[in-house]
Ligand binder design. Structure first.
Ligand code: ZN
Length: 400
């Protein structure tokens, strides 16, 4: 509840690292708190990353495990002056947030709340998001560190703690120093429902179609002018709607999604994001998109288009499959904590998908966070406690 009161919203426009200086306030606080419990090397660097080491207390040669969460909050909703509210012994009734009575958290909208009746939950007050995404992960890792320091009877290898800025704007690993981190495997604490174990993300490309029309004075444009805006509109109109669109797909289905269009009569561009769990499907969707553009442009022989594909990230499963112990050890830790691991694909990306392809295999573990990026964001305290318990098991499974 202290951490969420520090405004750490990232800023996609700034172009700096960290994208907003204020994130460092939390990073520095975390480093200071870690040092105060005896984790001597804890420090925040100039980019807002916190690195810390809990040394091994075992004679065995055990892989170095990193736990990671992000300090920034999403841009969808204000993160300024967050007032966290602790609802003890939640009674199952609707929670009307005090600063905005239209913000109501109810079991009807969030059936998962039912599992928290009789337990404590935390919400914001109605004006802001809560920031459980991902300060729940931060709190879990901090609590784990505190627990391990006080319980030397738990035998473990070297554990690295990592807090990153700018995850929400896709730059969480931009200035990460992997050599310095020196971990063999990692886990992000950035997932939802208790028991979920996220081991798959989308594979993702971006596509930019730039249409070059022919400009002419509109008063004298007959048989000359070719309007790039109208061609762009025809391309958009020709996209599949009942399939391959985010609004008509779920689960393991992929999509082609226009996210931005800009232009003038002379030249227009459309930006797409392309997503699927199978990397090979991206090329198929891109070919389909290109063929739409070719068909539309074939009616305008004096216009032409550029088609540019940019790789964004890849399904972490491709990496995790080569290191099956990362998931089997996690499943065993869930089991020892009394949970059944539910493997879930994420219809998006995580820092873990980038880390995995940077050479640090990294699935995503649960924290309990719900209704993220919204004013109704909430979290059950017992889920966070369970996550801490599960992590102590996880380190012991690796040690064994
Ligand atoms: Zn997150």
């Amino acid at each position: 509840m202290r951490y969420v009161q520090i405004d750490t919203q990232s800023d996609p426009q700034s172009g700096t690292h960290p994208s907003s200086e204020k994130q460092k306030q939390l990073s520095e606080l975390l480093a200071t708190e870690l040092r105060s419990i005896g984790i001597e090397d804890a420090h925040a660097d100039e980019f807002g990353y916190v690195y810390a080491t809990i040394p091994s207390n075992s004679d065995k040669n055990i892989p170095v495990i990193c736990f990671c969460s992000h300090v920034d909050t999403a841009t969808d909703c204000s993160g300024t002056n967050v007032k966290p509210l602790l609802h003890k012994d939640y009674n199952g009734e609707d929670i009307v947030l005090p600063d905005d009575a239209t913000q109501i958290i109810s079991i009807k909208d969030y059936p998962y709340l039912k599992q928290h009746i009789g337990h404590s939950i935390i919400t914001a007050s109605g004006h802001t998001l809560l920031g459980a995404d991902d300060k729940a992960g931060v709190a879990i890792i901090m609590d784990l560190a505190n627990y391990l320091v006080g319980h030397p009877e738990i035998k473990h290898g070297t554990a690295k703690l990592l807090f990153t800025p700018d995850e929400e704007i896709g730059e969480g690993t931009a200035k990460l120093n992997l050599q310095k981190l020196a971990a063999d495997y990692a886990y992000t604490l950035d997932g939802g429902e208790c028991g979920t174990l996220e081991d798959e993300t989308f594979s993702a490309d971006a596509v930019m179609i730039t249409i070059h029309g022919v400009s002419a004075h509109p008063g004298y444009a007959k048989n000359k002018l070719v309007n790039a805006l109208k061609i762009a509109a025809e391309i958009l109109a020709a996209l599949p709607k009942e399939t391959l669109a985010p609004e008509s797909t779920e689960k393991r289905e992929g999509f082609i999604h226009p996210v931005r269009m800009e232009g003038l009569a002379e030249k227009a561009s459309i930006e797409f994001i392309i997503r699927d769990f199978k990397t090979a499907a991206l090329a198929k969707y891109e070919a389909q998109l290109k063929s739409i553009a070719v068909t539309v442009l074939s009616k305008y022989p004096t216009a032409y288009f550029d088609f540019e594909v940019q790789e964004q990230y890849r399904n972490m499963k491709e990496v995790l499959e080569k290191h099956p112990q990362v998931l089997t050890h996690a499943s065993e830790a869930y089991k020892r904590a009394g949970l059944n691991a539910v493997n879930e694909p994420i219809r998006g990306g995580t820092d873990g998908s980038r880390l995995s392809f940077m050479g640090l295999p990294c699935p995503n573990l649960f924290t309990g966070m719900q209704a993220i990026h919204s004013k109704q964001e909430w979290i059950g305290v017992k889920d966070m406690e369970k996550a801490v318990e599960m992590l102590t098991h996880l380190l012991q499974v690796w040690a064994e």
